[in-house]
Design a protein. Structure first.
Length: 217
């Protein structure tokens, strides 16, 4: 008799995960087998509009937006860790300049894309604003370009002896820790705003027929 009470998801749904990986042609975060889109589909189940050759059963019966925010948080964290980690490795001369710039750029891309696709859209839906994510993306880009010009001017007139590599390294550390903190605050804000924990306590979603007697720990 096996001592395993319940097989983990990667074993129980191994065939399903392999199939999703074989058809997944979307960008994947570093070290992920599936893209965020496929992770969402695996957890929340497939619909007819997805156009898949087989049905993916739903595995989460709670708030769907909670799953989406969790996926965005995980994908963004990986990018932020790449930013801070690559700068630390470069400062310790573990990796060279080319590897540092490549890893740093990858981390920035992996952080920026999920945030602009999910958090901005959630803000628009939550506050019922007549806007689109493109406006927020433009505002962030414009702020970033203005900050870059300001940094170049400040360095040119007040810190002429400062090396750009030092500036970028310090900025990477600040960006890593500040963004992790802001990302955590955004998760707490959305959870509190929508009252997810309170809704879980007051009303439990009704599972499909045949699953009523299953207790999830």
């Amino acid at each position: 008799m096996s001592d395993l009470l319940r097989a983990p998801a990667e074993i129980k749904y191994a065939e399903e995960l392999d199939w999703l990986e074989s058809i997944d042609d979307n960008p994947k975060p570093f070290s992920w087998r599936l893209s965020p889109k496929m992770v969402r589909l695996f957890i929340l189940g497939s619909e007819r509009a997805d156009g898949l050759d087989r049905e993916i059963p739903q595995k989460w019966f709670g708030d769907r937006s909670f799953v989406e925010r969790s996926i965005v948080t995980l994908a963004s964290d990986r990018g932020l860790l790449l930013i801070g980690g690559s700068s630390l490795l470069f400062s310790q001369q573990v990796i060279g300049p080319y590897s540092w710039m490549l890893t740093l750029g990858t981390g920035l891309f992996l952080t920026y894309i999920p945030i602009q696709m999910a958090i901005f859209e959630r803000l628009i839906a939550l506050f019922k604003m007549k806007a689109n994510a493109g406006f927020f993306v433009y505002a962030c880009d414009a702020t970033g370009y203005l900050g870059s010009v300001g940094l170049m001017l400040y360095r040119e007139f007040f810190m002429k002896d400062l090396r750009w590599s030092k500036v970028l390294m310090q900025f990477s550390y600040v960006l890593c820790f500040a963004s992790l903190g802001l990302l955590l605050l955004s998760v707490l804000f959305f959870n509190r705003k929508q009252g997810i924990l309170r809704r879980f306590q007051q009303q439990q979603p009704t599972p499909p027929a045949g699953l009523q007697n299953i207790t999830v720990y």
